[in-house]
Design a protein around this ligand. Structure first.
Ligand code: UT7
Length: 325
């Protein structure tokens, strides 16, 4: 039995925050942010909007595009690091909101590569347990967990959601391969230290700003380049595919300089590498499905295209995937 992506869709909040807006919030400049990251603007969810609301919109669009109904969904996986609630998964919130009453539902916490981790899990569910249609959503409301006094992190992230329907098929496997990696020994380089069982929320925690995302940017940058390169090399080698055969490379959108380093390594022309970091910033687990959805909407992605994905994030976690579109 094979697996394939039946449809892709995305949803981003309409509220745009530009680099120029940030100049009024922290000591920064459009020039610094653009040069160091490639970001020009990002989307910010309205206060009453939760991660599951973004996931719901993207999910319903993906279900409709696939020609399915909510009742046809057997499993919902929400890849997110910014859940609606800690007890009750975001996936259960989504299941209720879209009326997918026949689906089991759970969250997958793997930070920025969460969507790639989700592809591996969705493929495994279909192959091993008779599941037919999986709604896999990458959704984040990261701006809720940012320290708006820390210019080194608050300018980087944005909110949004992207969703795919992964289904069984009687043809060859179109989710050709997924490679995953993790290294918890480097967890402190990118972490929200408080808010879990280790250090529950308290006024002291807030005072120390530990309930917000903290990042040692330079170290994360180095690891991101190394691990994403490694993930790309491994998946190409073990599938005996030369980089020239890839039609599109869709990297996680964290920093344009990371994307450029990978592009040069793969010796890919610019038109084969999808970039939208300028408009959305880093949307973590949502970044790759949002990119795929935009490519599909623009008619860039065509049936039969060979697509390479790669991502890196907190944990550290990383991964790559090869898909035939
Ligand atoms: O999705 C998960 C994976 N995440 C990533 O892959 C992110 C990886 N890291 C990065 O993208 C980059 O390291 C950053 C964009 C976060 C930072 O860029 P950098 O070139 O590594 O800068 P830096 O952290 O070394 O800081 C350079 C200078 C510092 O000033 P001094 O110490 O040289 O005086 C910072 O204080 O830039 C300063 N700085 C800023 N200046 C203006 C840091 N943030 C800002 C800012 N505006 N927003």
């Amino acid at each position: 039995m094979g697996t394939e992506i039946l449809s892709v869709a995305h949803y981003v909040p309409s509220n745009v925050l530009t680099n120029f807006d940030f100049e009024k919030i922290v000591e920064t400049s459009d020039e610094w942010i653009t040069e160091r990251t490639g970001i020009k603007e990002r989307r910010i969810a309205e206060p009453e909007v939760a991660t599951s609301d973004l996931a719901k919109e993207a999910g319903l669009r993906a279900i409709k595009k696939a020609g399915l109904k909510s009742e046809d969904i057997d499993a919902i996986i929400v890849a997110t690091a910014t859940p609606d609630t800690y007890v009750v998964s975001t996936a259960c919130h989504v299941q209720y909101k879209i009326g997918a009453k026949n689906a089991f539902a759970f969250d997958l916490w793997a930070a920025c590569p969460g969507f790639i981790y989700g592809l591996k899990v969705a493929k495994g569910l279909i192959k091993s347990s008779g599941v037919k249609n999986v709604l896999l959503v990458g959704a984040e409301t990261l701006t809720r967990f940012l320290d708006w006094e820390d210019r080194a992190t608050c300018v980087l992230f944005g909110d949004g959601a992207g969703a795919v329907i992964v289904s069984n098929s009687d043809k060859k496997d179109k989710i050709i391969d997924v490679f995953l990696g993790a290294d918890g020994s480097l967890k402190d380089l990118l972490i929200m230290p408080a808010g879990g069982t280790l250090t529950p929320f308290s006024p002291e925690v807030y005072e120390k700003r530990e309930c917000f995302i903290k990042m040692k940017g330079r170290e994360v940058f180095k690891n991101a380049v190394l691990r994403m390169q490694e993930a790309v090399d491994i998946i190409l080698e073990r599938n005996n595919i030369k980089p020239e055969r890839i039609d599109y490379f869709v990297p996680h959108q964290a920093n344009i300089r990371i994307i450029e380093a990978l592009r040069e390594r793969l010796r890919m022309p610019k038109e084969k590498v999808y970039v939208n970091i300028d408009r959305y910033g880093n949307t973590s687990a949502a970044s790759i499905p949002i990119a795929l959805s935009e490519m599909e909407e623009k008619g860039v992605l065509k049936k039969g295209n060979l697509v390479l994905l790669a991502a890196f994030g907190a944990g550290f976690t990383w991964g790559s995937a090869l898909i035939e579109w």
